[in-house]
Design a binder for this molecule. Structure first.
Ligand code: ZN
Ligand code: ZN
Length: 344
């Protein structure tokens, strides 16, 4: 059987009857998205903390411009003062003064995506133990049309609904999770993708799935599929879009306005037999450790406890959000074995 790679999975075939005003997603576009995502994963924690600050400042400026004073105020207060439990070399826990819970807030998004990972990773592992399935990451795309974000999201979810009702899908997939990703191109057209973790029952020819997706959408066959080697990494990759549904730094006032109108849109869900499995699934005590999420796992840590990574005592460092990137930098640059003096 031929190895599935990006190059073999993505072909340049244009389906018959594709109309010119409906711009098909070009496969190389997905290649670029994959590279971008890999690049993002390589950034340091201090860089990411700095970006979160910039994103929040940008969002709160836009909110002020729209007269959404309350939202701007909440964003500014969210995670503005932090209590950081640290041994000087590791950060065991960060407790914020306030969380705004706004869906585009990068700090609250991180918390939300951690919660999803803690909830679904044990369930996925359990599901894979009970069923003979292989997890795959499937990205479904659709043609770009002149429509708003809500219409674009509804269209791709409707198409996915059609796909799930088809015999082919039922034969090869046993359920999974989906999440929505929104981007916008320079012509202002929405690119909406569905990122799916699918539990594949058995191998199939990618061309068949392409044909099924074309039937479901009526005009798009562009998709990307790769096998997930490590389910924790695969899930993290997919819930990332729940915390960062769009590129906010390129966001204008109109985009924020539109987003505020989408309040109740679901961005993540489960489907098929995995959905039923999750309803009855009770995670065991060992699952938190298995998830490997240090910040959630260390929920019970307080000052004076031993650092889970080096056993040195933890102390509580109070700082503002603006000081956090620099603190990450200090932690990142401290050589192993050396414990920095507390600076309080
Ligand atoms: Zn927030
Ligand atoms: Zn430590």
């Amino acid at each position: 059987m031929k190895q599935l790679t990006l190059a073999t999975v993505l072909t340049n075939r244009v389906p018959n009857g594709a109309q010119s005003e409906r711009k098909p997603a070009h496969p190389s576009y997905l290649d670029k998205r994959v590279t971008k995502s890999q690049r993002e994963n390589r950034r340091t924690r201090s860089q990411r903390a700095r970006e979160r600050l910039q994103t929040k400042e940008h969002l709160s400026r836009l909110a002020v411009g729209l007269g959404e004073v309350e939202l701007a105020d909440k964003l500014q207060r969210c995670h503005s003062r932090l209590s950081v439990l640290t041994c000087g070399r590791h950060i065991a826990r960060i407790i914020p003064n306030f969380t705004c819970e706004f869906r585009l807030c990068p700090d609250c998004g991180r918390r939300r995506s951690r919660k999803l990972q803690n909830k679904y990773l044990p369930a996925m592992r359990g599901f894979m133990l009970h069923n003979k399935v292989t997890p795959v990451h499937l990205v479904l795309t659709q043609t770009h049309r002149k429509e708003n974000r809500k219409e674009s999201a509804k269209r791709i979810r409707d198409s996915f609904g059609k796909l799930q009702r088809r015999g082919f899908w039922k034969q090869y997939f046993k359920g999974g999770t989906w999440s929505l990703e929104f981007t916008k191109d320079k012509n202002g057209l929405h690119h909406t993708h569905l990122h799916i973790i699918g539990f594949r029952r058995k191998f199939f020819d990618i061309e068949l799935l392409r044909g099924e997706w074309l039937t479901a959408t009526g005009d798009s066959h562009v998709l990307h599929l790769k096998q997930i080697k490590d389910i924790a990494t695969g899930l993290r990759e997919v819930v990332k879009y729940v915390s960062k549904p769009l590129d906010i730094r390129r966001f204008g006032a109109e985009d924020l306005k539109e987003f505020l109108g989408l309040k109740n849109m679901r961005m993540f869900g489960t489907f098929g037999e995995f959905r039923d499995f999750c309803k009855d699934f009770e995670p065991s005590d060992n699952d938190a450790a298995a998830v490997g999420d240090l910040e959630s796992f260390s929920r019970d840590l307080v000052e004076g406890c031993a650092c889970p990574q080096c056993n040195q005592p933890l102390f509580d460092l109070r700082m503002s959000a603006k000081e956090l990137p620099q603190f990450y930098e200090q932690v990142e640059s401290s050589p192993p074995g050396e414990v920095r003096k507390s600076s309080h």
